[in-house]
Write a protein that binds this ligand. Structure first.
Ligand code: NDP
Length: 244
């Protein structure tokens, strides 16, 4: 399937490493002008050293006001990928208020903040844009020690549906992808233990974890005109985990 984003300007959050970096690179390969936003400057600089035409912006998206002024300054976008997130795994009985607030600030409130500014400009410019939120299988299924993360991703799914409803009339499509474990830095924390990994693998009908490229491909499709009638879906990329 030939997909081109030539002439399109796309913002990818959390593009310093992991899935977001993969998304930014693939969209760049497909001709997009990419702004890669993330927290750690060194990660972004290593991306830019490989792909000099990718613009980089470093900001902690958990900071509402700072993020708002940075995003406002970036101008107009044709598409947005809300990928940045954190996962602090702890048992439900030990979960702290600090973890809850920080997780919801980054995983949910920042998506509202960033999307609001970008969607407003899309509406004003009459841009028929697309937004993809990176959610998780954890929004739908309980995973041990993931209470706050799961709750944040379930909230993100609800936000995706509301955005699809209210932005759809402006020609802006909003969807999410909900991956299973992808062995990035984030996943290593929760799934490096072979016993935990084995248990999860036994629940995935395809019998393996996902690859970054398998998430990237779905995001590229959902941002493209090939998915022009798809709006408000939460697409599992989970080898069948949620089907069982
Ligand atoms: P990584 O931890 O590998 O990368 C996350 C990226 O987000 C990093 O670039 C990180 O910045 C950035 N980020 C985190 N917090 C902030 C912040 N406060 N402000 C700005 N940038 C921030 O995670 P993954 O690539 O694994 O995850 C990407 C997305 O996929 C997330 O939404 C995650 O929830 C989701 N997901 C991941 C799964 C997995 O198994 N890996 C499974 C299902 C969903 P920095 O460079 O500073 O680290």
């Amino acid at each position: 399937m030939e997909i081109s984003f030539k002439g399109k300007r796309i913002l990818v959050t959390g593009a310093g490493q992991g899935i977001g970096r993969g998304i930014a690179i693939e969209l760049w390969r497909a001709g997009a002008n990419i702004v890669a936003l993330s927290r750690t400057r060194a990660h972004l600089e290593s991306l830019q050293s490989e792909y000099p035409s990718i613009d980089i912006v470093s900001v902690d998206i958990g900071d509402w006001e700072k993020t708002r002024s940075v995003i406002e300054s970036l101008g107009h976008f044709d598409a947005l990928v809300n990928n940045a997130a954190i996962a602090c795994c702890e048992p439900f009985l030990d979960t702290t208020s600090t973890n809850y607030d920080r997780t919801f600030d980054v995983n949910v409130k920042a998506v509202l903040n960033i999307s609001q500014i970008i969607a407003r400009k899309m509406v004003d410019n009459k841009t028929h844009g697309a937004i993809v939120n990176i959610s998780s299988q954890a929004s739908k299924a309980a995973l041990k020690d993931h209470a706050v993360y799961s709750a944040s991703k379930a909230a993100l799914d609800a936000l995706t549906r509301s955005m699809a409803l209210e932005l759809g009339p402006h020609g802006i499509r909003v969807n999410s992808v909900n991956p299973t474990v992808i062995m990035t830095e984030m996943a290593k924390v929760g799934w490096s233990d072979p016993d935990k990994a084995k248990d999860m693998l036994s629940k995935i009908p395809l019998g393996r974890f996902g690859e970054v490229s398998e998430v990237v491909n779905a995001v590229v499709f959902l941002l493209s005109e090939k998915s022009s009638m798809i709006n408000g879906v939460e697409l599992p990329i989970d080898g069948g985990f949620l089907a069982t």
